[in-house]
Design a binder for this molecule. Structure first.
Ligand code: NAP
Length: 248
């Protein structure tokens, strides 16, 4: 479905980003991906993916929260791959705590990594999308951005912000054939959710009509739809991938 395309995914050394990279490579896309600090994991994933699917794969250590680093990254990826067709703003962190205890640092870190990163990368890739007169941007939000969640004021605000950002970019760039959509996962089994206590996990699962946590493939398949030609008339949307936990 993505043969010959180049996809840039932030935060793909593990978790959902890694799952997206795998599904996209399987569907013929070359993969440029980033990570924050998992150098070894990223190197072995890079080698594994290119040998398994015969596509070009390069991992870049690049802080998505850093404006200048995003510019440098887009330049490097364009030089290495020739172009960028799909951008997936996936990198994200949690710094969960109740508002009473939340520090300014915990607020800023989450906003910079989860929300400012999407501004950084979208801005950095814009020139190439406008030149190509085509592009698909996918922002990884969360159902928590729609519902809110106690102990996650910083995270929920960053994810709600991403939805407003997605709609604005869709309106701004639609006439240039650049689409922008958001994917809102619910409870997906990754290292991020593995940190949760067993009783909290159980509480989440109980609220899911499909009675299971999602897999990274569940999210990656929706991204695949949004990245390629099956969704050429879809922009500005947020698609929930949450086993029915949130319906809207
Ligand atoms: P994860 O397993 O913790 O992986 C996060 C990835 O982001 C890693 O590759 C990490 O790199 C990278 N990263 C972190 N900070 C970065 C930075 N400043 N610059 C570049 N890369 C950075 O997370 P996940 O569960 O896969 O989540 C992926 C996205 O989905 C996030 O935006 C998250 O908010 C969203 N989401 C997840 C769930 C869920 O249930 N898991 C639900 C809703 C939404 P290193 O390995 O180098 O640290």
């Amino acid at each position: 479905m993505l043969k010959g395309k180049t996809t840039l995914i932030t935060g793909a050394s593990r978790g959902i980003g890694k799952g997206i990279a795998e599904v996209f490579a399987k569907n013929g896309s070359n993969i440029a991906f980033t990570y924050a600090s998992s150098v070894e994991k990223a190197k072995s994933f890079e080698a594994e993916l290119s040998s398994k699917y015969g596509v070009k794969v390069i991992g870049y250590q690049s802080n998505a929260a850093d404006y200048n680093a995003a510019q440098e990254l887009a330049d490097k990826v364009t030089a290495d791959f020739g172009t960028i067709d799909v951008l997936i703003n996936n990198a994200g962190i949690t710094r969960d705590t109740l508002m009473m205890r939340m520090s300014e640092e915990q607020w800023d870190e989450v906003m910079d990594t989860n929300l400012k990163s999407a501004f950084n990368l979208t801005k950095a890739c814009l020139k190439i999308f406008l030149k190509n007169k085509a592009g698909s941007i996918i922002n990884m939000t969360s159902i928590v951005g729609l519902t809110g969640n106690a102990g996650q004021a910083n995270y929920a605000a960053s994810k709600a912000g991403l939805i407003g950002f997605t709609k604005s970019i869709a309106k701004e760039l639609g006439s240039r054939n650049v689409r922008c959509n958001a994917v809102a996962p619910g409870f997906i089994e990754t290292e991020m959710t593995a940190e949760l206590k067993e009783e909290v996990r159980k509480q989440w699962i109980d609220t899911i009509p499909l009675k299971r946590g999602g897999t990274t493939d569940d999210v990656a398949n929706v991204c695949l739809f949004l990245a390629g030609d099956m969704s050429t008339y879809v922009t500005g949307q947020t698609i929930n991938v949450c086993g029915g936990m949130v319906m809207q």
